[in-house]
Design a protein around this ligand. Structure first.
Ligand code: CA
Length: 666
């Protein structure tokens, strides 16, 4: 079982870890891994069954570059049951930094604690945290009002990056908080200080979205926290999974600060009535030389037949969700964030790399928390490439959606690409920008593909995210500019593109499924034609609050769609029965028309929705009754309380304007 040097080869490790005997002998069920802090003592526990020796090393600071640095102690840990090593240290250890020295297969490696809940600058050392001391005032009760809401709103998800949100010098956020967690705690901000033009959280409140989905905000490796002002990365390169990212805090050197400020952000959003979803990236690590690899070599990764790292993530490695101790890690980590940080949802990056059993186990664990069933779970039902998942497991990809719990939703790329064209081919249009013959796909999009015409079988519309743009790929605006003839000018206001933008939004907001959009889509966000801006400058990535006000008419249109979404119960309906409330109407080429039946509680008995992607107006026959116009496609009329107003008495037929979504109610 050894190579020439007497060490195990990667494939020998793989064989060992895939054996039933290893799983039986070493699966550890305890919930006490990591550093368990009490004022009198801290108990450190690390699972390292392949280690010959483990030592605990205590430091004064998170790095050697800080004043006062130095080693406090180094002590051996004792091996206990199931390969868990343990050491207890007397005294109040809060704020003490630590690492493990793990000797496995004759090599000693220093690593932070994979279960660490706090860390120093750049996540190189874990820190013992007194978590209770990191809670902002009122933290214990802050979530209750939302959790006990009588009529929770139907989710409308807004995807934003912590730094993008407020980094713009016009955001109205004080300079020390721009790009940080703290920006979310500034509740009264306006464009260049003009409060009549709200920005940031005040703006989101007005827009009406229900959930802010934050791009990865746990500790990632691509930005130097010691000097992060001019740096930018999306953050899909995790280092410490249970710790907030330091560059988003005002002080990355003191481990408790980022925790408190992250909690303050969540508390502030909750106080604005907005729930918080966290983007989680358990499918790979920043580098294969991770704390996981240094703690238990090769246990946490999938290996190819030749012993190389599987790379379905296209980020150099794939973690192995099907391995019991990684499944446990993922579950423990998600539950930890939900409980400790009061999160309301999780978005799984490349969920298709995870196995369906693990995803369902996480759902079950969340459901068991108080109000846990309210917590959203959704993910990307694809992978970057093939992965070496162990046999007997199924990938959580679109084709396997029926194997996932009905409360685990998937991003629907069929809706996304049918509406405005493929994400892979810049110039390829969809229904709103000139492609013909798309009517059937748009009808399936209306039904959130629950008609099974995509060859996969969602349990219901609640399992589908309906969207056209996210951080990946072109912004909607850029994509629409790229499918026009001629050289695109992304910065210029273009009425023809605006019309297509409204049409696209009007479609996915009236489809079944959970609406989701990239921050700034509602304000013609441009990244100047850059499709993959993960490491582009902050200037390319950040929200341009001036531009958002230049396109305020478009923003108002989105706000109207969001209000309509809350006004009508069908979009709160997660189950298949929602489909029974939809009937399609006769409609000419280039148009799709349908009625949505209301319930007794709804403001409308019925809505009629017409998508006209043609260049000519279209006359559409309406079912019997007196219909009133809610929107002809350019905007909505709101009353003083923000309610949607409807006008006119329309019978038998309606003229649906070209390149517009017409919505009527009766
Ligand atoms: Ca970091």
């Amino acid at each position: 079982m050894r190579d020439m040097t007497g060490k195990r080869t990667p494939l020998q490790w793989k064989e060992l870890f895939e054996s039933e005997q290893f799983a039986q002998e070493y699966f550890y069920e305890g919930d006490d891994l990591g550093a368990a802090y009490e004022p009198e003592q801290t108990v450190f526990k690390v699972w390292a069954p392949t280690a010959e020796r483990v030592e605990l090393k205590l430091y004064k600071t998170g790095s050697d570059q800080e004043p006062g640095s130095g080693i406090l102690r180094q002590m051996p840990m004792a091996r206990g049951e199931k390969g868990v090593w343990q050491a207890a240290v007397k005294g109040d250890m809060a704020g003490v930094y630590y690492t493990y020295l793990v000797t496995a297969d004759k090599e000693t490696k220093e690593c932070a604690d994979i279960y660490g809940r706090a860390c120093g600058v750049n996540g190189q050392r874990s820190m013992v945290a007194d978590l209770a001391a990191t809670n902002p005032d009122g933290w214990e009760q802050e979530h209750v009002a939302l959790q006990t809401e009588k009529n929770p709103k139907s989710p409308v998800i807004y995807e934003v990056h912590v730094k993008d949100f407020s980094n713009d010098g016009h955001s109205g956020v004080p300079s020390g908080y721009r790009g940080k967690f703290k920006a979310f705690t500034c509740m009264q901000t306006g464009l260049d200080g003009d409060l009549s033009k709200p920005t940031c959280v005040a703006y989101l409140k007005k827009l009406g979205i229900t959930h802010v989905h934050l791009l990865p905000m746990y500790d990632y490796g691509s930005v130097d926290e010691a000097d992060s002002a001019e740096q930018f990365n999306w953050g899909y390169d995790p280092v410490n999974y249970n710790v907030p990212e330091g560059s988003y805090s005002t002080d990355p050197f003191h481990g408790e600060v980022r925790i408190r400020e992250c909690k303050e952000m969540i508390q502030a959003l909750h106080s604005a009535g907005i729930r918080v979803v966290m983007d989680v990236v358990y499918n790979h690590t920043y580098s294969p030389d991770s704390w996981f690899q240094r703690t238990v070599p090769y246990y946490y990764y999938r290996l190819n037949e030749d012993g190389s790292f599987s790379n379905g993530s296209v980020c150099s490695n794939d973690t192995a969700s099907e391995r019991p101790m990684y499944r446990k890690f993922m579950t423990d980590s998600v539950v930890y964030w939900a409980k400790e940080y009061h999160l309301d949802g999780f978005r799984f990056d490349l969920m298709g790399l995870h196995d369906t059993e693990t995803m369902n186990a996480i759902r079950k664990a969340l459901n068991e928390l108080p109000y846990g069933e309210q917590i959203l779970m959704y993910g990307e039902p694809w992978a970057g490439g093939p992965t070496a998942m162990a046999s007997g497991f199924q990938q959580a990809v679109k084709a396997n959606v029926e194997l996932l719990d009905e409360k685990i939703a998937i991003f629907n790329d069929d809706t996304r690409d049918s509406i405005k064209g493929s994400v892979f081919f810049a110039g390829e249009p969809g229904f709103v920008n000139g492609k013909e013959g798309m009517e059937d796909k748009i009808r399936s999009s209306v039904l959130a593909w629950c008609d099974q015409k995509g060859g996969y079988r969602p349990h219901g519309p609640g399992q589908v995210i309906s969207y056209v743009s996210a951080h990946d790929n072109y912004t909607l605006w850029d994509k629409l500019c790229l499918t026009k003839c001629g050289e695109p000018d992304f910065r210029k206001r273009d009425e023809a593109v605006l019309v297509q933008n409204r049409l696209a939004a009007g479609i996915y907001f009236t489809c079944l499924g959970i609406p989701f959009f990239q921050a700034g889509e509602e304000g013609a966000r441009t990244k100047l034609g850059i499709s993959d801006s993960y490491c582009s400058s902050a200037g390319i990535n950040q929200l341009d609050w001036t531009r958002i006000y230049e396109y305020n008419d478009l923003v108002e249109y989105y706000a109207g769609l969001i209000a309509l979404h809350q006004d009508f119960s069908i979009w709160k309906n997660d189950g298949m029965e929602a489909l029974d409330r939809i009937r399609f109407l006769d409609a000419p080429k280039g148009t799709v028309a349908f009625c949505l039946a209301g319930t007794a509680a709804d403001k409308w008995k019925e809505l009629a929705v017409i998508y006209n992607a043609g260049r000519e107006n279209a006359d559409i026959g309406l079912p019997e009754g007196c219909w009133r116009m809610i929107t002809e496609g350019a905007g909505f009329t709101r009353d003083r309380n923000g309610g949607l107003q409807a006008a006119g008495e329309i019978r038998e037929k309606v003229r649906a304007a070209a390149m517009s979504v017409t919505i009527l109610g009766r």
